[in-house]
Design a protein around this ligand. Sequence first.
Ligand code: UT7
Length: 336
Amino acid sequence: MNKLRAAITCVGGYLPETKLTNQDLEKMVDTTDEWITTRSGIKERRILKTPGAASSDMAAPAIEEILRKKNISPLEIDCIICATVTPDMIFPATANIISDKIGAKNAFGFDLEAACSGFLYALTVGAGLIESGRYKKIIVVGVDKMSSIIDYTDRTTCIIFGDGAGAVLLEADTNGNGLIDAVLKSDGSGRYHLHMKAGGSLNPPTHETINNKEHFVYQEGKYVFKYAVTGMADVSQELMEKNNLTGDDIDWLAPHQANLRIIEATRERIGIPKEKVMINIHKYGNTTAATIPLCLWEWENRLKVGDNIILAAFGGGFTWGAAYLKWAYDANFQTK
Ligand code: UT7
């Protein structure tokens, strides 16, 4: 018998219906479709407009899709790990709210905050729980309602982000597939360049923080771009060298969707052709913790048992990392 590993055995996703296109943004701020497309690769993004709806309302249907496709009861879920920077509330954890909404009464759960690398971090933690042998079914969900922390008068950030959720089910695999390795990194000195200034214990909300627009994403785009381009490519290459992989061995790259130019730099560095890269940034923009699972969701029916997949991300923190998966199933789920 092969080593027990944690494998993704199903993927679910949720995207709100409302589209915010580059043409819409042209009417809101001083920008053009041409600028946004050439600088970022984004054409449109989805926005959660439903009154009273929060991140948990996107995560819940993404997980329910998994339950439906796998025909399992929510009571079978052992744990929900929710990666997000836009929790429903500061506390309790959005994972707890999701458990309540889907009826996962036997699950414990917690949120994990690692910005755009959140899904990779959560996947690694969830895999550890499976590998311990103590838990059978772990849900890892990446979800962000970025529209709740974006200033739609700031052209440098409002063009980038969108809302969405992607979830995976992790189960044990003894056939040689699953999460083989991951390299995760962080450098907190990057916090000055990408953060939300107020709302935490450093600067609790006041009338002044609201007037100063300190509850929105603050990003020094050019600076973050420089680190993202090298960070995501370097860590992917490091992971591949560690596992004796070359570009020829890789079937798919599932990169964080922050900027098409960052994705392209990673693709070039690891030496794989364009058709092996999962890209949906043009449709959904940067959904922070949801980008990678939304790629897996969209590509699920094309993935085959034993496919070598590299996941890679870079984001606020700074946090960054890459994971190496051997895909564990051929999907024949009909419901999408
Ligand atoms: O996912 C989490 C991690 N985040 C990232 O990885 C994002 C990394 N950064 C980026 O993706 C890019 O930096 C952006 C897409 C945010 C911006 O692209 P850029 O090529 O770095 O542009 P820039 O910030 O250097 O701005 C170039 C020019 C500036 O004008 P000047 O100073 O050259 O006159 C900006 O004021 O473009 C101007 N500009 C815009 N023009 C039209 C900035 N935003 C816009 C806009 N429309 N929306």
